[in-house]
Design a binder for this molecule. Sequence first.
Ligand SMILES: CC(C)(COP(=O)(O)OP(=O)(O)OC[C@H]1O[C@@H](n2cnc3c(N)ncnc32)[C@H](O)[C@@H]1OP(=O)(O)O)[C@@H](O)C(=O)NCCC(=O)NCCS
Length: 385
Amino acid sequence: MPDNGAPVINYGLVGVYIADSKICKVDGTAGRLYYRGYSIDLLAKNSSYEEVCYLILYGHLPTNEELDSFKKKLIDARPLPDMVIDVIEEFAKKQDPMDTLRSAVSALSAYDNKMDDRTESANLDRGVNLISKMASIVATIGRYRRGGGYVQPDSSLSHAENLLYMMNGTKPSQKDAKLLDLMLILHAEHSSNASTFSTLVAGSTLADLYSAVTSGIAALKGPLHGGADEAALKMMKTIGDPDNTETYIDEALKGKNKIMGFGHRVYKTYDPRAMIIKNDLMSLQENESQEVKTLTAIALRAEKMMIDRLGKTHGIWPNIDFFAGPIYVSMGMSIEMFTPIFAASRIVGWCAHMIEYWKDNRIFRPLEYYSGPLDLQYVPVGERK
Ligand SMILES: CC(C)(COP(=O)(O)OP(=O)(O)OC[C@H]1O[C@@H](n2cnc3c(N)ncnc32)[C@H](O)[C@@H]1OP(=O)(O)O)[C@@H](O)C(=O)NCCC(=O)NCCS
């Protein structure tokens, strides 16, 4: 405790452990990430989003039968209730897609006819339903924002393919579906990040899973968290010409501005997810549009400059959001849909953590050090100056 009696305050809960979890390990020193013990590199190379969801939710890689039955549950849950489509139609063009997503996911609880069943198995089923419907909701928001109408899901398509199909109204290319699947795998889970913590805080009051994940969506929206991929791409577009990159970054840093897509609370080295995305982006270049090529050139120059200036000295390296933008652009995705896509992936992490935390639930109730006055005199309103 400092001399004045004030406690040490952990602003941003830096260094505070909030749970004992078996879901995800982020090794910020070595730059490694594991879902349920499997490295992200292995999963990105060999797995699919559906399989990764199963792994994160149930704790082991599925057998063929388990995976087939899990995929069927996801497919069956894809169609959206009419009222949820109405919510999307009403709001999609009037507000940020993350706000529409929050409202639509919240509305889903109206269609849960077993709301009082809080058993683990009921919550796992709810989680599967949410994973499936979040993708349909995000796709439908994207669709309505472009002036289209609701597209019925196609049960012959994978999760990633169907999301793109419901968003665009046409079946995606193999390349786009594979890229989206990869992005969904990479964003699926990341330990006690701000949105997962938000989910846990809401759920620790024993509020239901819909309320908890709605809180996660709210926390993901901000540019310091999920919104960083949009902000990073906007910066690349503002830079415009690769030759402007160094001047732009230099001036931004001199002005004490943060460069979005860099830095991390846990990683003090290269984020392994950013490396996977960068490698994929590099392998795409040959057949890409001039826009993607220019964005990539800017990204590479910004990356080099930031690593030279702040990497080794300050531990500020590219994070998952930095190279994501050019990848999404190459898929024809609108910029404002990047964070909703992130949410459609991270839903599995939120659900898995919430279900795990409920096994040994304790309400979150941290302390605040009060440093204001006490015992002030109450002055009637008419006598106040
Ligand atoms: C991710 C992030 C919120 C982590 O926050 P944090 O652990 O609380 O670290 P801080 O924001 O306190 O940053 C610590 C120092 O590094 C600097 N810093 C952190 N990220 C930076 C960035 N992206 N660009 C420039 N400087 C950065 C801060 O200005 C601060 O400097 P100071 O000590 O001189 O004041 C932060 O790095 C950030 O805002 N990054 C940009 C947003 C982003 O990409 N978010 C996605 C994360 S996956």
